[in-house]
Design a protein around this ligand. Structure first.
Ligand SMILES: [Zn+2]
Length: 238
């Protein structure tokens, strides 16, 4: 990857300068970017790129092995040009709060029920999560919602760091989240830890402590089979 992923080191970075490394028909590649391209269930960022005194809207962030491509509506700057990126912070910050909320749920559903999460997807106004749990009634659903809000209020710190592959593969919490599925060529693993609650290999952007999530409510639940349950949550804003 030739694009330095600024959001991996600092998820609160909203504006950045970068240099154009490559240009194709509808997109440019930069030496560095704070735009999250989407992945792991988290939606891609929205925002603007500015050069020559004009703002241009991002229309997509496709990713390949070499670059994150910034698709733009309008003319493209040449290789070597300097551009300024501006993240749509309202959208990104909701994604950060939602993503952390899902990790809180992962941690406490495992802690309280020994159940594994099998998938998740975030949307603008909600998120869904699938997990392997047999018992699933209103009492369980309310208990999960209550524990999540308690964990949010308890304000657990969230740490992000990188571990060598061998070291990460020794950690039981990471083994349970199927770290073994990582492709063999990946030599180091980015870890997102809600200290005392959840530990995952993760490439997404998160808030720095659980209180920033503010609160969640369960808006839908679905029984998708003996061992397959789905919850939909939404953020509570005050
Ligand atoms: Zn995640």
């Amino acid at each position: 990857m030739n694009t330095d992923l600024l959001y991996h080191a600092d998820s609160y970075l909203r504006n950045f300068d970068a240099r154009v490394l490559a240009v194709r028909e509808d997109a440019i590649a930069l030496d560095r970017t704070a735009f999250f391209p989407g992945g792991g269930g988290q939606m891609a960022d929205h925002g603007l790129l500015a050069w020559d005194g004009h703002d241009y809207s991002l229309s997509g962030l496709p990713k390949d092995d070499d670059y994150i491509w910034h698709m733009l509506e309008g003319p493209l700057p040449p290789v070597g040009a300097t551009v300024q990126g501006k993240i749509d912070w309202e959208h990104r910050y909701r994604m950060m709060r939602t993503h952390t909320a899902l990790h809180i749920l992962c941690g406490l559903i495992f802690r309280d029920y020994g159940a594994q999460v099998t998938g998740c997807q975030m949307y603008v106004d909600r998120a869904r999560m699938d997990f392997m749990l047999e018992q699933f009634d209103q009492a369980v659903i309310r208990a999960i919602e209550e524990s999540a809000n308690q964990a949010i209020q308890a304000d657990y710190p969230i740490k992000v760091y990188v571990l060598p592959r061998e070291e990460a593969f020794q950690i039981p919490d990471l083994i349970r989240t199927k770290i073994n599925l990582l492709p063999p060529e990946i030599a180091s693993v980015r870890i997102v830890e809600i200290v005392g609650l959840d530990l995952q290999a993760d490439g997404g952007t998160h808030v720095k402590s659980t209180a920033e999530v503010k609160g969640i409510k369960v808006i839908k639940s679905e029984n998708k089979g003996k061992n397959n349950k789905r919850l939909e949550i939404a953020l509570v804003d005050e």
